[in-house]
Design a protein around this ligand. Structure first.
Ligand code: NDP
Length: 375
């Protein structure tokens, strides 16, 4: 399945070429020549819905990336993928031989889009192989795992970016700026609701019902609420009270179908959030002392739309899917090429996981208030 892996290009030669190019950055990426016109070679890890329908098509729209490799546990998927995207055998891996990616100069970064329980182990393999890591949300199963990913990437001098596509969306970036500008004065309250209806028995992604594989609405959609509450305030929440309101206990065994939670921030700011696999929810509102601003959707694939109490309208800007994912990957590629921090680094994922850890603890205690661990 994996084909020819021979390559005349060694780590030593890569380091020599970096030295010759004067790439003296404190943390020069391993095995990466720093030419501005260079496209980052990306290997997709896990060829499921998100890779197939969004990431691979988006890579065709990018300016700074190219789909260079595939990592899969399903060899039967490969003829179609390789035929469609022209990925050579030598750039195809299984999860068992994924570590051999270290010897492949075609691949600079891996994009992990597997069930959530595999994010950390696969990220560690990639980091130890000297490859930059792009990882889907939620970054890991808990903050401890996330911290291990940050450390592994730091130790190996590779970048770690979380697939928070919204942080590359223009209207979201406007809301992030307003966290600092406070155009309507003091923020008093936020509302963030994220969910989708349509769970069906026998779905390919049955792992979303499996606690061992990171299933449940909180991991899948609640993380959007948490991330939004943090980027809309520019603050870290202090405590959370969470209530598991799962209705279909026959289907959702050991995972949350619906979670309602309340985040307490400094300055008496409160965020009220709902996440669900049983309801379509996609609304974010920030209430301030002199007005409000809101987006619905705030995590749509076609870009966000919204308005503010002063009549401002926020029109979707990026265009149809998968332009948002293309923008995200181009920005993350530019961070690698320019040796700058990605917009959503690993630490951003860890901060959200600290909130999730506390929320799960709160829900287990029937909504008792739980303080959120500090970094
Ligand atoms: P899918 O179930 O559609 O695909 C996951 C793929 O992971 C599978 O097809 C399979 O690919 C691989 N895989 C490896 N091990 C397992 C396992 N034990 N059980 C099941 N699959 C396995 O999921 P999605 O693509 O929808 O989600 C993948 C990740 O992307 C998740 O972390 C999710 O949260 C995130 N996501 C993010 C979105 C966003 O908007 N940012 C949207 C959707 C998902 P293979 O057969 O090739 O090994």
């Amino acid at each position: 399945m994996t084909g020819d892996r021979t390559s005349g290009w060694t780590r030593r030669q890569a380091l020599q070429s970096l030295a010759l190019a004067g790439a003296a950055a404190a943390w020069a990426p391993r095995g990466l020549a720093q030419a501005p016109s260079r496209r980052i070679g990306v290997a997709l890890v896990g060829l499921g819905h998100y890779s197939r329908d969004l990431l691979a098509p988006a890579l065709q729209l990018t300016k700074h990336c190219r789909l260079a490799g595939l990592v899969t546990g399903s060899p039967g998927k490969l003829p179609e993928w390789q035929g469609r995207y022209g990925v050579p055998d030598r750039n195809v891996y299984s999860y068992d031989d994924f570590h051999r990616i270290a010897d492949n100069p075609d691949i600079d970064a891996v994009y992990i889009a597997t069930p959530n329980h595999l994010h950390k182990p696969l990220a560690l393999v990639a980091a130890n192989a000297g490859k930059h890591v792009w990882c889907e949300k939620p970054m890991a199963m808990d903050a401890t795992e996330g911290e291990a990913m940050v450390k592994a990437c730091r130790d190996n001098k590779v970048q770690l970016a979380v697939g928070y596509r919204m942080q590359h969306e223009p209207n979201t970036r406007r809301f992030m700026a307003m966290a600092k500008e406070r155009p309507f004065g003091r923020i008093i309250k936020l509302r963030a609701d994220a969910g989708w209806w349509g769970w069906r028995d026998g779905a390919d992604d049955a792992w979303r019902l499996d606690p061992a594989r990171g299933g449940g609405a909180m991991y899948d959609m609640g993380v959007y609420c948490v991330n939004a509450a943090r980027y809309c305030t520019g603050l870290e929440p202090l405590a959370v009270s969470a209530f598991d309101e799962t209705a279909r206990r026959d289907l959702f065994k050991g995972v949350d179908e619906t979670m309602r939670f309340r985040l307490e921030f400094p300055d008496d700011i409160v965020a009220e959030c709902v996440t669900s696999f049983g309801r379509n929810l996609n609304t974010l509102q920030v209430d301030c002392e002199r007005g409000w601003y809101a987006m619905s959707p705030f995590q749509g694939y076609e870009g966000n739309a919204g308005r503010a109490s002063d009549g401002t309208v926020f029109e979707p800007q990026l265009g149809p899917r998968p332009r948002m994912q293309a923008e995200q990957m181009d920005q993350d590629a530019l961070a690698i090429l320019g040796n700058t921090a990605p917009r959503a680094p690993g630490e951003e994922g860890v901060a959200d996981l600290r909130v999730l850890d506390a929320a799960f603890a709160s829900a287990r205690g029937d909504g008792k208030r739980v303080e959120i661990a500090r970094g």
